[in-house]
Design a protein around this ligand. Structure first.
Ligand code: HEM
Length: 197
């Protein structure tokens, strides 16, 4: 529940600053009466928006892990760190997902710090998918989120339904974050709603 509400709040928050993308999603969902996986898969912009939301503003922003064996870690500039078996780790997903070297202009065409679903089109043109570009929004490895597809379906439905009924505009210019168990928009995704004609 926590991760899903966070994910949905962030998606609506980002879209409230991008009326152009709301209109694109509207075209995809206006005739959609059933939000099943097949229908949602065809909503390309909506899917890109969901992916980009989890990259830039992951609901769960660190992954707890424990080293199961003595491990040496080596950085690209050849610095080494020893991690004894049993060490508790927090993998910092929030900052990893904003790393310019991996997510920035040179690779995706857009700065890593901004919300831009089109970066996934650029990656797709290069033959890369979210399998190649891991954003850890649903974790990684053997503890990977088993609720991924249900969660995507739920948030896709909430966002699709909101876009179908309303045009929405953020009250605040910037989307600041607050973090507890999960991350959330600091203003609770405050927005003005206008009924679509
Ligand atoms: C849609 C929003 C969701 C997000 C962003 C999310 C994210 C995550 C993340 C990051 C993890 C940790 C994975 C790891 O440590 O590698 C996780 C684990 C988990 N999630 Fe989700 N999740 C979501 C929805 C759901 C739903 C809907 C369910 C169940 C119906 C669910 C069930 C679980 C369970 C049981 C685990 C623990 C798996 C394990 O430790 O083996 N999640 N989730």
């Amino acid at each position: 529940m926590e991760a899903t509400t966070s994910f949905a709040s962030w998606t609506l928050s980002h879209l409230s600053r991008r009326p152009d993308i709301q209109d694109q999603i509207y075209e995809e969902v206006k005739d959609m009466s059933v939000y099943d996986p097949d229908n949602l898969m065809r909503a390309v912009t909506l899917n890109r928006v969901l992916e980009e939301t989890l990259r830039l503003t992951p609901a769960l922003y660190f992954l707890p892990r424990r080293a199961t064996a003595d491990t040496w870690i080596e950085t690209t500039d050849h610095r080494k760190m020893f991690m004894p078996k049993g060490t508790q780790l927090r993998l910092d997903v929030w900052h990893a997902n904003r790393c310019e070297e991996f997510w920035g202009k040179a690779v995706t065409g857009y700065s890593a710090e901004i919300f831009e679903p089109k970066r996934w089109d650029v990656l797709a043109q290069k033959g890369m998918t979210s399998r190649d570009m891991l954003h850890f929004g649903f974790g990684h490895g053997p503890r990977f989120c088993p609720g991924r597809y249900l969660g995507l379906l739920e948030v896709g439905l909430v966002v699709g339904a909101a876009v179908k009924i309303f045009k929405f505009t953020a009250v605040n210019e910037r989307a600041e974050a607050k973090a507890g168990v999960s991350t959330k928009p600091a203003d609770g995704a405050l927005m003005d709603l206008e009924l679509r004609a």
